[in-house]
Write a protein that binds this ligand. Sequence first.
Ligand code: SF4
Length: 71
Amino acid sequence: MKIIYNRENCIGCGACVSACPDHWVMGGGGKAILKDSKEKGGKKVKEIEEEGCNRKAAESCPVEVIKITES
Ligand code: SF4
């Protein structure tokens, strides 16, 4: 599965970092960084084996810029 993160629209609230610090950290410009992600089509993408705390991160994001896909 993959995490797809639209960083451009992050408002920097920090909720994803609180929910899932193993994968998320606050970065420059006051926006969250998805650790070890790659740039793809203007989004940040990361392959994961298990969703783990990323589901909580996605659900906690007030602007819904974190998506988890099965493929
Ligand atoms: S929860 Fe969403 S808006 Fe808040 S820092 Fe994380 S990605 Fe950005």
